[in-house]
Design a protein around this ligand. Structure first.
Ligand SMILES: Cc1cc2nc3c(=O)[nH]c(=O)nc-3n(C[C@H](O)[C@H](O)[C@H](O)COP(=O)(O)O)c2cc1C
Length: 380
């Protein structure tokens, strides 16, 4: 076991270290949820309430966590979820995570509002990254972004169902979060107290919305940037918008943020290929059910062809095992990867993937599970 495995065997230690290493406004942006943060905690608590039983008296078989998705065999059944403003949390974190995902053969999803661009991330991942699109209000911008994604070799496009409004997040309201963060006295003090974050940010350059640069005029003031974002994106989705995207995009089209069978049925009719059951990690709606409960309900009556994946609340390899046992065909994690990069910088991506793989492999061997599709047979 290497030094990091001994020092940071689980997400608990990574989160603690991240909290010490990055400014408060960045940590709270990453760590927080919306309103009273009930969904945030319920997501993980409900996953942890799922129990699996081991079967010990069996002929030992070799365990494999390799997973096929959209015709590609990945080394593990999990990937990196899209995160906006990633470079504000830790400088160059999208590049660090994309490289780690590529080297370890798992998917990385780039957010439209991340701090790297489609071209750079596609180069790092040799076109294997996925892209998450916020919905541009203007058709010409949509076409242009999709063309750039296609030209970069991207095959999987993720559209977002769960941002019809911006989430009401108390911690972000108090911290005045924007890009760059408002220089309140308390944010300024917080930056000065985190020297490795500050030095890295100065050296790597101020984070900005790299993918969107071609559509923005230069040197926008903060107020103008806000106006640009409001004018450029129209959050709410409807059948017409999805059909239009289906017509424009030749690759796999995946919808993220779905929590009901009704929305799944419509998505299937509109020709989508996959669904990520998600509540945005508890950042958008605080009065719904946890994602794993949505997943269970959906799986009990859905028999269609779309791939059903899940994120929100998954922190560890054992959580991944539980969610797969409930019927998800693949999982994504947001905060766990970002805690790791915030804690360990450029080593954070590889460390996190190795940690999750070790945890998942261990529990599968303990249960006597040959591969991930067997996990369901162990559900109590
Ligand atoms: C700080 C932060 C920013 C996020 N930004 C985006 C985004 O730009 N696009 C998106 O589709 N989801 C975004 N998400 C949601 C994640 O993709 C994912 O659904 C969520 O993090 C999963 O929950 P988990 O953090 O509990 O794993 C964001 C999540 C966090 C924590």
């Amino acid at each position: 076991m290497d030094k990091f495995q001994r020092k940071y065997p689980s997400v608990f230690y990574l989160r603690e270290k991240a909290k010490k290493r990055i400014p408060k406004f960045a940590f709270e942006y990453l760590d927080g949820g919306c309103n009273n943060e009930e969904s945030l905690y319920k997501n993980t608590d409900d996953i942890r309430n799922i129990q699996l039983k081991p079967k010990y008296i069996v002929d030992k078989k070799e365990t494999s966590i390799k997973t096929k998705l959209f015709g590609i065999e990945y080394d593990a059944p999990f990937g990196v979820a899209p995160i906006g403003l990633q470079g504000l949390i830790w400088p160059k974190s999208p590049e660090i995570l994309a490289k780690a995902a590529f080297d370890n053969n798992i998917p990385f999803i780039l957010s439209t509002v991340s701090t790297s661009n489609i071209e750079k991330i596609s180069k790092i991942t040799e076109g294997k990254a996925w892209f998450q699109l916020y919905h541009p209000a203007e058709d010409s911008i949509t076409r242009n972004i999709l063309q750039r994604a296609e030209d970069s070799g991207i095959k999987n496009l993720v559209i977002l169902a769960d941002v019809p409004t911006f989430g009401y997040r108390n911690r972000e309201i108090i911290n005045g979060l924007s890009l760059p963060p408002k220089l309140t006295l308390s944010n300024f003090k917080s930056m000065l107290s985190k020297p490795s974050w500050l030095i890295n940010t100065i050296l790597k350059g101020k984070p900005s919305f790299e993918t969107l640069k071609p559509y923005m005029s230069k040197n926008l003031s903060l107020k103008q940037l806000g106006k640009f974002m409001d004018a450029t994106f129209s959050g709410a989705l409807n059948g017409e918008k999805i059909s239009r995207l289906r017509d424009l995009w030749k690759g796999n089209l995946i919808i993220k943020g779905i929590e009901s069978l009704e929305d799944i049925t419509i998505s299937e009719k509109l020709g989508l290929d996959g669904v990520i059951v998600s509540n945005h990690g508890g950042r958008q709606i605080d009065i719904g059910e946890s994602t794993v409960n949505s997943l269970k309900r959906i799986k009990s009556s859905y028999n269609g062809k779309m791939k059903i994946m899940m994120d929100s609340g998954i922190r560890e390899g054992t959580d991944i095992a539980r969610v797969l046992a409930c019927g998800a065909e693949f999982t994504f994690l947001g905060r766990t990867f970002m805690y790791s990069v915030s804690a360990l910088g450029k080593r954070g991506g590889d460390h996190c993937i190795l940690m999750l793989k070790r945890q998942l492999n261990q529990i599968m061997e303990q249960l006597s599970c040959k591969n991930i599709t067997d996990l369901n047979k162990h559900l109590i």
